[in-house]
Design a protein around this ligand. Structure first.
Ligand code: 5GP
Length: 192
């Protein structure tokens, strides 16, 4: 049961990364992206995976010192709860034409890898020159898919996440907790 009122911080058992640590990591990742795409003749398209990546995406693009275009895609992998469905569906497409473009797909977390693998092949199918993945969190313990990036695609990963269900900084449980400025582990009694 998600808390009805009161303080959402009370539902967090441990803070894993504070707002300041997140900000420092995002700056580091943005600077790496700036360096890696500085020579490219065409400005990259940065595609955020809604809704979870919205906060990371907003902070990241402000720190990328390159001309970029920005779009979102939506993939549904959880009906609700905390277990990935394994067969993500693309429920909202990109609006921009990504053919012949370098795409940087921005994710909140890569867990089983099914969502990102599906999106990468989808964007490659649209004729992108390369598809890179930029995820704030990587949870390798539960990986089911060995991600293959074609072309010059790169994999940027912020923090390695323990095998716990985390919320905050865009990440939700039943659409709640996205507005926490930090990332923390949700008390198991909230979702059990
Ligand atoms: P995957 O397809 O890699 O299993 O799952 C990716 C999606 O699952 C992420 O975009 C995210 O929405 C969700 N997800 C995976 N692990 C967590 C977690 O610990 N917390 C939250 N809030 N979402 C997660």
């Amino acid at each position: 049961m998600v808390s009805g009122g009161g303080c959402i911080d009370d539902d967090i058992v441990t803070v894993l990364w504070t707002a300041e640590q997140l900000s420092d990591k995002v700056a580091e990742m943005a600077s790496q992206i700036t360096q890696d795409f500085d020579d490219s003749s065409d400005s990259p398209v940065i595609v955020g995976v809604a809704t979870g990546a919205f906060m990371f995406m907003a902070d990241l693009v402000r720190k990328v010192k390159l001309p970029v275009t920005v779009d979102f895609v939506r993939a549904e992998s959880y009906a609700s709860g905390t277990v990935s469905s394994g067969s993500p569906k693309i429920s909202c497409d990109v609006k921009l034409d990504v053919s012949g473009k370098h795409v940087i797909l921005v994710e909140d977390i890569v867990d089983t890898g099914n969502t990102v693998a599906r999106l990468v092949s989808y964007l490659e199918g649209k004729g992108s020159t390369s598809v890179s993945v930029c995820t704030l969190l990587d949870k390798p313990a539960r990986r089911e898919v060995n991600l293959k990036l074609l072309g010059d695609g790169k994999f940027y990963s912020g923090f390695q996440c323990p095998d716990s269900f985390v919320v905050g900084y865009g990440l939700d449980f039943n659409e709640q907790y996205r507005n926490l400025p930090y990332i923390g582990v949700l008390k198991p009694e909230i979702y059990k």
